[in-house]
Every structure is written in C-alpha cells, then in structure tokens.
Design a protein. Sequence first.
Length: 387
Amino acid sequence: MDLQNTNQNETGSLLALSVEPLVVRACLLESVDGHYRLAGWLSVPRDPTQDVAQQVADTCRRLGMRLGRRLWDERTDAPWLQAEDAIRFPPLSQVAAVASPRLHLRVWLAGLTPSGSRAAQRALAACPVQTVGNTCLSIATNSGQLADELLAAQPEALVISGGYDNPDPAAQPALLLLNKLVGQAVARLPRGQRPSLFYAGNRWAAPQAEALLRQDDGPIQVTVLGNVQPMPGQINSAELATALGYYFWQLCERTPGCGRVARWITSPGQMGNLETGFAQVTLAWMVQQRLSTLHSLYRTDAWWLHVWASERPSGIRLHFAPPQTRPPALADWPPLQLVSGEWPLTLWPPPNVYWHDPIGLAPLVAGIGQVAPLAMMQVLGLDLLKG
C-alpha cells in the first residue's frame, strides 16, 4: 500500500479506542492536507472496580477537552456521530475499538510424560495464556490432591495431552487413567470454579477420554481437539492455540461494559483484541515495505508478543513470552525490526533497518484499519513508526 496515494473520500474524523488490563486509551485521527495524521491521544489508568464503558466515555470526554472539540454525545451517551451543526461541531466518521481487558488465560497442563507436557507448553506459547500448574501422571497422582492443587491455582482452562495417535487399545490405559483422575478432580471443585477442559491427546482415545472427563452432570465444559503431538517429533499447535485464544476472547467479552463499547463501533467494524491487531499491523507493514518477512515485538508490562509475518502460506507466527526475556525458541527467527513500546536494547539491539513505535499506539490504531486501512497505514508511516 502506497502512503502517498490518497483516497479523497476518506476525510472524516476517526476515533480509535482500547481497553487494556491497566489502561484505557483513545486516539483521534484527522485528515490533514490529504493525509491522515494522529491529532491526539490519551492514556488513562484503568480502575478495575469501574465499568469499562464508563471509563472509555470519560477518556473520550477528556481527550475532547484537550483537543478543543466534541468527541462525546452526552444526549446519547455514545461517541459523537451526529450533529445539527456539523461545521461548528463536526461529528466522527468512524469509531473503532480493540479490547484485551484482562490478563491472559490461566492454564493448567496435564500429561503423561515431561516431554509430552513440553510439547503442549510449546503449543501454548502461540496463544495468550499463562501456565499456572502442571500434572505429570505417576503412581502418586490422585484426584484428591489434584483437586486441592486446582482449587489453590484457580486455572480457567485445563489442557490434557498425551499419547501418539495410536489406534491400539493397549496404548491407551495410561492416558485414560489420567483423564479419569482429572475428571474426578474437577468434579470435586465448586461448580463456579471448574476450569474448561481441552483434550488434545491420542485421537483414538478421545471418545472414552471425554466420557471420563465428565464425572458429574454439572457444568463441565469439554472441548476435544486434534492431538498436539500425533507422532514423535511432530507438534500441531494451531488447533489448540486457536481454541484457547477463542476462549480467552469469550472471557474478555464478559468483562462488564465491553459489550456496550462494542456497540459504539461503526459498521462494518467489529471488536477485536490488541494481540490480533498488532499481528495485522505487522503483516500490513511487511507488505507496505515490500519485505518477504518481518519480526516484530509488542511490549506490555505483563507479557511480550513476538510476531513473525512472512509470505509463507501460514502468514503469521505468534510467540508470547515473559517480559525482559529472549526465548531460545526464537533463535531461528529473523532479526527484530519493529517494536511497539520501549525498544529492549540490551536483549535485541536494533538492526540497520528498523521501525519503532515508542508510545505503543500501533495495536490501537490497527482497529481503524478494518474500515479505513489507508488511514491506518498513513498514521503508522507518518506519526508512529520511526526508523
């Protein structure tokens, strides 16, 4: 996409909003001399006791006061989209929003061997989760102790893996025992504290495993997925990562006020999350710069997200990592060339060609790309990504 080409029909004001675990942000994009520019932005610490929609509304009011223009309609209690006097009080043309309002999904792993658990852990690195515990089947494993551990750790999801895709019933007893113990442990938990279960083991044992996981008629959610390690040396992470990512997004949508924020988005836009938005920015910037591959980093206080965009059919690879780390799993990745947030100079020295978004607004501006991709690219190129 050429930043110098201008669509003269795109001249309205664009408002981008974000809800994050620690902050609420808003930024206004305006057309100036035929190009969209970042007119202003505001980041406000988030109050976890307050409805997020009300915090977004307050942030819009404050940004409008700072810029000397109306962004919030007090009559409709929504963004300023209609005005009788559009000359004095120009309405917004589009409103976009992205939301990752909670910390990452709390996951417990259960497997047959340490190597099998490591395979599942590698798969989990591609999705927004934090591992809070691990069970490896042994003669000492029992459902009572496991229930106590789950009650203390409070996982939101429990992933069961193990066994290659072997149809021989003789290869399944250990895996079925693990599922029985997990099912018994979860059944012991109070119904409001039971994690959702994700089975990603031997596909031939899946029907029996699912039955064993449902030890109670109560609310036990079981999702059966493809085997995360169907054969030695092969790891299939995509299906598990997609399922956990979707479940994370479902929990995000349950945050009080998020549904109301989603209703403020103008058609045809939809609510997305910051992680996906940043991945889309990485891919779009790779195409814009005519690169064959691009490694980017999105920094937050709680986690770092590495994205590898390429011309390969798979397109994008994600890797979530603890802050202030350089994971060995990224050893074969290309050099880091794009960072949103502070550049980690000691871990990743910048190469000769790089782009830096020091204020970390790229994932937020990505939301507007659904309805105004040219505006997104212009603001990225002219205001945010400094080389």
